[in-house]
Ligand binder design. Sequence first.
Ligand code: UD1
Ligand code: MG
Length: 447
Amino acid sequence: MSIATIILAAGQGSRMKSDIPKVLHKIASAPMLWHTMQSAAQIEADKTIVVVGHGGTETSDAAHEFNADAKIVWQKEQNGTGHAVMQAKDELEGFDGDVIVLYGDTPFVRPETLQKMLAARAQSAVVVLGFEAANPGGYGRLQMDGDSLEAIIEAKDCTSEQLQITLCNSGVICAPADLLFSLLDEVGRDNANGEVYLTDIIEIARARDLPCTTITCSESETMGVNSRQNLAEAEAAFQQSARIETMENGVTLSAPETVHFAFDTHIGRDTIVEPNVFFGLGVTIETGATIRAFSHLEGCHVARECIVGPYARLRPGAELDLGAKVGNFVEIKSAQIEAGAKVNHLSYVGDARIGAGSNIGAGTIFCNYDGVNKHHTEIGERVFIGSNSALVAPVSIADDGFVATGSVVTSDVPEGALAIARARLVIKPGLGKRMMDRLKAAKVAKK
Ligand code: UD1
Ligand code: MG
């Protein structure tokens, strides 16, 4: 059976009070929209259609960044959820399969739940995802007759009796494509908002004697984001479940509540993550590594047995091979640190390769930028760079090279050579004490 998803993402999200489209606000460092698209990807949808409107260009760019094959359809005026779904009709012309309608601002619906809905389609023409709401408030209410869903009534259109119903509409709906559009063709605008409600298809389906039903999930899955406060709650919910999942995968988090994960963080078993570590997008850590406290990582790969931090920063393109060490106040960007190499203190390493077993001394700076272009630094194996050196790229230091402390290296260093670039030390016997005595005497004379 083919599956298509239609993701509604055209709404303005006025309660966010933002110039950014609501679905592009980030949860776990990724646009909210990506979370919904991920669920669609995990059920292997053959087609993903994103309905855009407010901020549609940015929204479609973000959709394509996640899935280059996503189809974009525009909803120029936001005339309701049913109207939004109708915009996908042409895109699904002749599509023979089930459609699942998802919301861009309801990011946490699990793929397992969508699978349950698809399975329930065997007995029912239309399947709606519902949940028991602690505070039903403005949610549409699901009117059931046993297992049969008879109608969805928007809160604004409910009688006081219907408002007592706590089984609510998540908005997620599954139906065959041709049926969905044929039901939508009959939906009017006779409601409190004067909009085309997707929810009205249930009553129309029931009038045609088609079976409709509800699959339920926990309220945490259907959590919607309408305000900055909701956004913070959604972030907290994501982090909470990411922490549990990471520990279940065999990773030690010594203070889980202080570790912040991204949408796509991967950490291998027996890795230890100390308190206050931040993972941005695109981090992969293999097994048995240690990420020490207060480190910040994004777009990087850390191999087995590496030690990172405390207070390390790995930026995009940082590649640490087996057992490499990156210590405190070290920043690494677009650089490969090969097996067993060490950059332990106070350094900047950008646009470089550091060969296996090399040691980069405290305070070494890779000067990769000339104000216009970035340049590469190549360091061979078993190289020793003395503390407080500056390596001015493009430059290379071949295997077994040695750079003396405090050198500014502006040309290539051959294999096994010593490079030293600093003024020669001069010793003047007794002068230190004589100078100090003179200064003290001058200060007393002034008073
Ligand atoms: C909708 C449901 C309600 C359900 C609730 C769950 C309808 C009529 N009501 O109400 O039963 O309990 O969601 O959160 O479906 N959108 C568009 N174009 C539009 C209108 C909306 O793309 O013209 C998108 C929004 O961006 C949003 C989603 O559809 O992602 C839901 O729209 P929203 O206005 O929030 O619907 P609710 O009133 O919350
Ligand atoms: Mg809503």
